[in-house]
Design a protein around this ligand. Structure first.
Ligand code: UDP
Length: 313
């Protein structure tokens, strides 16, 4: 099978690229490297089934070869990144989605869209099920990401309804693991980096807000299986780990696991920061018999080892 992955040099994209190559597929990655790095895929360059093209998918995409499967994963995804690149974020999940869906139509490819738990905004229902419509501020600082992802979901469904394209939407909840950037501003990377340097850990708000964190290998496996299974056209799935934790408890756990002497510093809560977030994953469990297997402790230990190795460099 030939697979095209946009954003394939990013944190998630590079793990997915690796997985498809490992399973014997050809992979073409398109990535403009705005928030990613070739370091994530450098070890794949010797593989003759792998092609990397530095490209911004906001522009028309031309691919000579046939493509069986497209995964549209390009997009700045951490709150700091998408607020630093608000217009690009909106373009990549509007024009970029349009172009990748157009390519899927031209090549008759299956299309998997990387959506997000952010489409639920600051959810008023808990845990979040796929049939919940969300509670999003359309003009807040997070709206560039939330609304572009919502637009992309609508656009994917339009291509499914009008042209019968085999599209699948994955609403990805908080994910962590090796290849996150130390300075991406996300909570796991930020807490681990600070703990390893014995610097103050910054908690936004009082730390009682929750998230549910999935280790990247679990997520990659779920994405791979959803991409391969027949008969899921037009379906949307939550994907993530339902193990919910308060941010204050995450900070304490990371201090414990790193043996750090970091103290906790409290800073104001950013605008529109969701108070609770936890996926209901019954649908994906039922469909592909998948659920996360890596505990938060075990996943954090692997991630801490990764950050130790990059901070040494
Ligand atoms: N957060 C924090 N300190 C940090 C970074 C993040 O307290 O240094 C909080 C943030 O306000 C949010 C949660 O951790 O409530 C998760 O933030 P992240 O940016 O990782 O992702 P989000 O789920 O908000 O998109």
């Amino acid at each position: 099978m030939r697979v095209l992955i946009t954003g394939g040099a990013g944190f998630l994209g590079s793990h997915i690229t690796e997985k498809f190559l490992k399973e014997g597929n050809e992979v073409i990655v398109l990535d403009n490297l705005i928030t990613s790095t070739v370091d994530n895929i450098a070890h794949l360059f010797g593989n003759e089934k792998f092609t990397f093209i530095k490209y911004n998918v906001v522009n028309y995409i031309y691919v000579k070869e046939e493509v069986d499967l497209i995964l549209h994963f390009a997009c700045p995804a951490s709150p700091i990144d998408y607020q630093k690149h608000p217009i690009h974020t909106m373009k990549v999940d509007s024009l970029g989605t349009l172009n990748t869906l157009g390519l899927a139509k031209a090549k008759n490819s299956r299309f998997v869209f990387a959506s997000t738990s952010e489409i639920y905004g600051s959810p008023q229902e808990h845990p979040q099920k796929e049939d919940y419509w969300g509670y999003v501020n359309p003009i807040g600082v997070r709206s560039v990401y939330d609304e572009a992802k919502r637009f992309s979901e609508a656009m994917s469904m339009a291509y499914f309804r009008e042209y019968g394209i085999d599209i699948r939407i994955l609403r990805i909840f908080n994910t962590y693991g090796p290849r996150m950037r130390a300075n991406d501003g996300r909570v796991v990377s930020s807490f681990i980096t600070k703990a390893l340097k014995n610097e103050d850990i910054t908690i936004y708000g009082d730390g009682t807000q929750t998230r549910s964190f999935c280790y990247v290998d679990d997520l990659t496996e779920g994405i791979y299986q959803i991409s391969l299974k027949e008969g899921l056209s037009g379906e949307v799935f939550n994907i993530g780990n339902p193990e919910e934790i308060r941010i204050i408890d995450l900070a304490k756990l990371i201090i414990e696991l790193t043996g750090s002497s970091s103290k906790i510093e409290y800073l104001p809560l950013p605008e529109d920061d969701p108070f609770r977030r936890k996926p209901d994953i019954e649908k994906i469990k039922r469909t592909i018999d998948w659920e996360p297997t890596v505990s938060l402790r075990a996943g954090l230990m692997k991630t801490i080892e990764y950050f130790k190795s990059i901070l040494k460099k």
